[in-house]
Ligand binder design. Structure first.
Ligand SMILES: Nc1ncnc2c1ncn2[C@@H]1O[C@H](COP(=O)(O)OP(=O)(O)O)[C@@H](O)[C@H]1O
Ligand SMILES: [Mg+2]
Length: 232
């Protein structure tokens, strides 16, 4: 059985960084992990991982390659299906990405999806996720927006198991956020300069800065997920 964990959230909240580093954290716990970068309109994850490939998710979307051909074996031990930027929005992409996900079932123990869209109305991919985790920031606009998006996902009948509070400011009380959203905060990550450095160096923070705030949070979250200490 493949477990699909969907990393959703508003644009710029930290989804791609968290997906990549959480994947490595789970891999280092002995899990066979595949990351699907489904975000074809803002495909940053593969850059953060310094990846190169001849085949991308986009080749599958055009019907030119099988999805298996796009699997990249990253030096960290995880597998990645990378994306390139699509200039034009096409509603069929969502359907095909969903098909890609279904074809990948059985190809890894855990599939982490870097979300294609934060709007569930556009993406049936949410329906095939076992767990949805919502990445958010703590400014008022983001909290309101996240609450609204979580509500939309849940209207589809999908449960969001919790949030990751990223770029957290010192003065923010995560209990307060937890109360507003009515969701557990599964991990908290402050704004962290080592995260920026890891992006500039194109080496995942989990590898280059294992003691950074992001790495420690991802290690803890991987342990929580591994032990199934979350409820849907
Ligand atoms: N914990 C953090 N500390 C500092 N900067 C961060 C942190 N998380 C994210 N960032 C910044 O936010 C940007 C967006 O992160 P990214 O993971 O690409 O977001 P998303 O995938 O949700 O659009 C990164 O390029 C980085 O500059
Ligand atoms: Mg992203």
């Amino acid at each position: 059985m493949t477990r699909v964990i969907h990393i959703a959230g508003t644009s710029g909240s930290g989804k791609s960084l968290i997906t990549l580093n959480l994947a490595i954290a789970l891999q280092q716990r002995g899990r066979d992990v595949l990351v699907l970068d489904s975000n074809i309109y803002q495909p940053d994850l593969f850059n953060y991982a310094n990846g190169t490939s001849d085949v991308y998710l986009n080749d599958y979307l055009r019907g030119e390659r099988r999805i298996e051909d796009a699997i990249v074996h990253h030096p960290s031990g995880i597998k990645i299906i990378p994306s390139l930027m699509e200039e034009e929005y096409d509603p069929h992409h969502s359907v095909k990405i969903n098909q890609a996900l279904l074809s990948l079932m059985g190809k890894a123990e855990i599939i982490l999806v870097d979300s294609f869209s934060h709007n569930p109305a556009f993406s049936s991919i949410f329906d095939h996720s076992d767990e949805i985790i919502f990445v958010m920031n703590d400014d008022a606009h983001n909290v309101v927006k996240s609450k609204e998006l979580i509500r939309k996902v849940e209207e589809r009948g999908m449960g969001v198991i919790g949030t990751i509070l990223n770029k957290k400011r010192k003065q923010t009380n995560s209990r307060h956020v937890q109360t507003i959203l009515d969701k557990p905060v599964l991990a908290e990550i402050p704004h962290d300069d080592q995260v920026i450095e890891s992006i500039n160096m194109r080496v995942p923070a989990f590898i280059h800065y294992p003691k950074s705030a992001l790495s420690r949070a991802m290690k803890g979250l991987a342990e929580t997920l591994d032990h199934g200490k979350t409820t849907r």
